[in-house]
Design a protein around this ligand. Structure first.
Ligand SMILES: Nc1ncnc2c1ncn2[C@@H]1O[C@H](COP(=O)(O)OP(=O)(O)OP(=O)(O)O)[C@@H](O)[C@H]1O
Ligand SMILES: [Mg+2]
Length: 506
């Protein structure tokens, strides 16, 4: 197939109050091509894509679609041109079904009626989902699905427009390796049909598998476009961050005290968890590995009282504690960083300071008044420590890039100063450089005597960070492995121990 150019962007700039998000950026995309855009958190990737999909208006520059300069003033116009986008922050209606979300705004209405023609919608959705080999029930309510499944709904929705350009902004950040492979299959099909795919990801190892070219942007500026076959991950990283980042370090064998700070015994819940018991030691990082649906998040939520347990106890420093709701957990000194920051972690229309001190309000209050100065000071420390890209601590969190929002949630729990911290996928959506900063911070916290539970789906991260690795499968704890004995194969073996009993997914 002769490859024609689909998109060509030159000199694109965009300024937000206090932030030059894009400064003279160029990018192009051909038919049948997967072109990655990479860059640190806040580099401007999502902003560029929002300009292409009609959400933001560019301040300067030229966008050509099939050789002709176009204006894209609205998402509707983007769709009309054939550009669809899978947003980084999922954009679904939680109370509607999968089918309704896919076809939102385009539903077939009954003649003269307000009612949606649901059977027809469900049929269409079922056909589309089967075509994409996505295992989803068109009638399932989206709010009840896991983030990974919601991500798949977004993918189906973007494909359903049958356009020529599909933008994927971090589509794999909450997918398992198997789900990622399924997505890559869809991408290959799209490619073979001559579509162009713009692919954004912080999982750099994916680039070699799926992309043809890679464009690097840094601080809103165009750096370079590389052919995937002619570059390497270290080269991409150094172009992204402008400095060297050490990857793949194993933890030096730290001496963990034998003091047990938390003992979890026999936890079960109504749905998945079966008799989970483990001990957490002072100064330890205990990694939790397992496939999606293994029950790691459910376990964390049961421990902190976010979901009810049907059996089991939590003992802290030798004393059993009754944790009925998350505030009990916080009072007992347990912090929980949720995997779904938008729903549980952040107040988006508040500024950074308010979010950072959100769990530590008494510490920053006097006679019922919030003491703004120390709160702002602590927030500025978080900003510099985690390298949050923001004009100041007064910025609304909703205006931060996805990865920078995640850093704010981490900053919130660092500020709270808990003895026990449970981090659920702490580095999701975080760039390589900042990941390294977060790893160093977690290690430092552990060295100061805090105990950390780190749930992660990224095995290299688990292996690098954990003193011991707990593995779950089908709601049960299948093994706890010392760091020195841990490797990918052993973990996968424990993670699939009861694979024939894995719960059916809708
Ligand atoms: N609506 C907005 N108002 C103010 N600033 C914004 C807005 N949207 C984005 N920004 C800023 O523009 C910059 C680029 O953000 P963008 O979301 O494009 O980054 P990104 O490369 O997608 O990062 P990430 O990897 O974290 O998703 C950031 O500094 C961000 O805070
Ligand atoms: Mg982004």
């Amino acid at each position: 197939m002769a490859t024609a150019q689909l998109l060509s962007l030159t000199g694109v700039s965009k300024v937000f109050p206090g932030v030059k998000a894009l400064d003279n950026v160029q990018f192009d995309l051909n038919e049948g091509e997967v072109h990655a855009i990479v860059g640190e958190n806040g580099a401007g990737k999502s902003t560029l894509m929002k300009i292409l999909s009609g959400i933001y208006k560019k301040d300067a520059g030229d966008v050509k679609y099939r050789g002709e300069s176009v204006e894209i003033p609205s998402p509707y116009e983007a769709q009309r041109l054939g550009i669809s986008i899978i947003h980084q922050e999922l954009n679904l209606m939680p109370h509607l079904t999968v089918a309704q979300n896919i076809y939102i705004g385009r539903e077939n209405r009954r003649p003269g009626g307000v009612f949606l023609d649901n059977p027809k919608l469900n049929d269409e959705a079922a056909k589309l989902l089967a075509e994409l080999e996505l295992n989803l029930d068109p009638k399932a309510i989206v709010g009840e699905l896991t983030i990974a499944k919601q991500q798949m709904v977004e993918i189906a929705k973007a494909v359903s427009y049958r356009g020529s350009v599909i933008i994927m902004d971090e589509p794999t950040s909450s997918l398992t390796p198997a789900e990622t492979d399924a997505l890559f299959k869809i991408i290959r099909t799209l490619k073979a049909a001559g579509k162009g795919v713009v692919y954004i990801s912080h999982r750099l190892e994916e680039l070699a598998k799926i992309t043809d070219r890679i464009t690097v942007i840094r601080d809103g500026q165009y750096v370079k476009t590389l052919k995937t076959t002619e570059t390497s991950i270290p080269e991409v990283i150094s172009l992204m961050v402008g400095r060297k980042v050490d990857q793949d370090q194993r933890p030096t064998n730290r001496n963990i005290s034998s003091e047990i700070v938390m003992k979890v015994e026999g936890i079960s819940d109504r749905h998945l968890l079966r008799d989970v018991s483990f001990e957490l030691r002072k100064g330890e990082i205990l990694g939790f590995a397992g496939l999606m649906g293994a029950g790691r998040t459910e376990l964390a939520r049961a421990i902190i009282g976010a979901d009810p347990k049907t059996a089991g106890t939590v003992t802290l420093h030798g004393k059993e504690v009754k944790i009925k709701q998350p505030s009990d957990a916080v009072a007992a000194g347990i912090g929980y960083l949720s995997e779904d920051r938008k729903r549980f972690g952040l107040l988006l229309i508040q500024n950074l300071t308010f979010n950072v001190i959100l769990s530590s309000i008494p510490r920053f209050s006097k006679f019922g008044w919030l003491r703004i100065k120390p709160a702002a000071g602590v927030t500025r420390d978080v900003i510099s420590q985690l390298r949050v890209r923001t004009p100041s601590e007064n910025q609304f969190v909703k205006n931060l890039s996805g990865g920078n929002q995640q850093k704010v949630v981490i900053g919130k729990w660092l500020t709270r100063n808990c003895d026990i911290l449970i981090f659920d996928e702490p580095t999701r959506g975080i760039d390589v450089g900042a990941k390294d900063e977060i790893y160093k911070l977690l290690t430092k916290l552990a060295e100061e005597g805090k105990s950390i539970i780190m749930i992660s789906s990224e095995l290299p991260e688990i292996l690098r960070m954990s003193d011991r690795v707990a593995v779950m499968c089908a709601g049960r704890l299948t093994g706890i492995i010392d760091n020195k004995d841990a490797n990918q194969e052993v973990i996968i073996e424990y993670a699939t121990k009861f694979s024939d009993e894995l719960p059916a997914v809708h």
